[in-house]
Design a protein around this ligand. Structure first.
Ligand code: 5AD
Ligand code: SF4
Length: 350
């Protein structure tokens, strides 16, 4: 069967022609082909990581953002949100709690808060690294200039997440206001690579206006960038954004893409995202892990601000999604034959 051969070639050659990628992304892909993709991706994951799932403690440091992305609840024009910025002391308290629970990676994620300076970021990274020399610090703080990234790296930050969101400029302008630039975002990703970060990128699946051809473009772009981490989750509308009335992305397609990405990037750290767990409660996370993901990112933010980090509606931040729920998460994973590993989990080329 031709489709089976495509999947085998994707595994062997780690890429395909654009038209072939589009074929695998088709809504009419036969169920057996989707199952084969999942199975091959799980085999590769198992070969590289065994049944071990890496955990990262997510600290949402600020929900203030100067940007106005049409999809995101943190956009500056959203007046319904109570805005917060964690002080360094509170961030360190989150780390203390996380360290005790076994986390060895802290992800500091936030909007592009104009009040947060390069110095602020450098100081918090230095404090974390001073108190916990054996952890990795991942930043996810949006677009900066090259010198800023170099300073963050110098301060000890190890990894940086910046989803490119879409590699197609027409689609980019459907998702972002005119003052935002795809060129600058891609430039940032180059700088992150150059300054020595383990660099993560990714997209939302089913974002308004997205086509299979767009996703193929994203995959080919990533094949060139060689990211060490890839974050993908379904688009979920937020009622306080211009995309309030849009449909959510497909869970099935998100899972299929996780599998394709695993075959393309065997060693990459690929999380089963909160968005996937939100759209498919009780199943999404494990399905993602069984289809090629190898990371979960429980929420370590102070409970009283969690509801304010509202990227999309009904975002999961409690129970198994929360760092406090780690023993229940471990149980859920164990039932699926997986186990949590507390190792730092740096990228290794395979
Ligand atoms: N649905 C799903 N993901 C979203 N993000 C922002 N808004 C949404 C939404 N409505 C994702 C973006 C961003 C990351 C922090 O969250 O991809 O990069
Ligand atoms: Fe700000 Fe990021 Fe949300 Fe865009 S996606 S509004 S940059 S927090």
């Amino acid at each position: 069967m031709r489709i089976n051969q495509l999947i085998e070639r994707l595994e062997r050659e780690r890429t395909l022609e654009r038209e072939e990628l589009i074929e695998l992304l088709s809504p009419s892909l036969p169920g057996e082909a989707a199952a084969m993709l999942r199975q091959k991706a799980r085999e590769v994951t198992d070969r590289v990581f065994g049944n071990r799932v890496r955990i990262r403690g997510l600290i949402e440091v600020t929900n203030v953002c100067r940007n106005n992305c049409y999809y995101c609840g943190l956009r500056k024009s959203n007046r319904t949100l109570r805005r917060y910025t964690l002080t360094p002391d509170r961030i360190l308290e989150c780390c203390a709690k996380g360290y005790d629970a076994g986390f060895r990676t802290f992800v500091l994620q936030g909007g592009e808060n104009p009040a947060m300076t390069r110095r602020d970021v450098v100081e918090i990274v230095e404090s974390i690294k001073r108190d916990y020399p054996d952890v990795a610090v991942t930043l996810s703080l949006g677009e900066w200039e090259r010198d800023d990234y170099a300073a963050f790296r110098q301060a000890g930050a190890d990894r940086y997440l910046l989803r490119h969101e879409t590699r197609d400029s027409g689609h980019y302008s459907r998702l972002h206001p005119p003052e935002m630039s795809l060129t600058h975002r891609l430039q940032c990703l180059e700088w992150l690579k150059e300054t020595g970060f383990q660099t993560g990128t990714g997209i939302m699946v089913g974002a308004p206006g997205q086509t299979a051809a767009n996703i193929a473009t994203d995959l080919l772009y990533m094949a060139g960038l060689k990211p060490e981490m890839i974050g993908i989750g379904p688009f979920i509308p937020n009622g306080s954004t211009p995309f309030a009335g849009e449909k959510s992305g497909s869970v099935e397609l998100t899972i299929r893409l996780i599998s394709m990405l695993r075959l393309m990037f065997p060693g990459a750290n690929i999380p089963a995202t909160t968005a996937l767990a939100t759209l498919s409660p009780g199943r999404g996370r494990v399905e993602g892990l069984l289809a090629g993901a190898n990371v979960v990112m429980p929420n370590l933010s102070p409970p009283e601000v969690r509801a304010d980090y509202a990227l999309y509606d009904n975002k999961a931040a409690w129970g198994i999604e929360a760092a406090e729920g780690i023993s229940r998460l471990a149980d859920e994973l164990r039932r699926a034959g997986l186990e949590i590993t507390k190792e730092k989990g740096d990228f290794e080329n395979v």
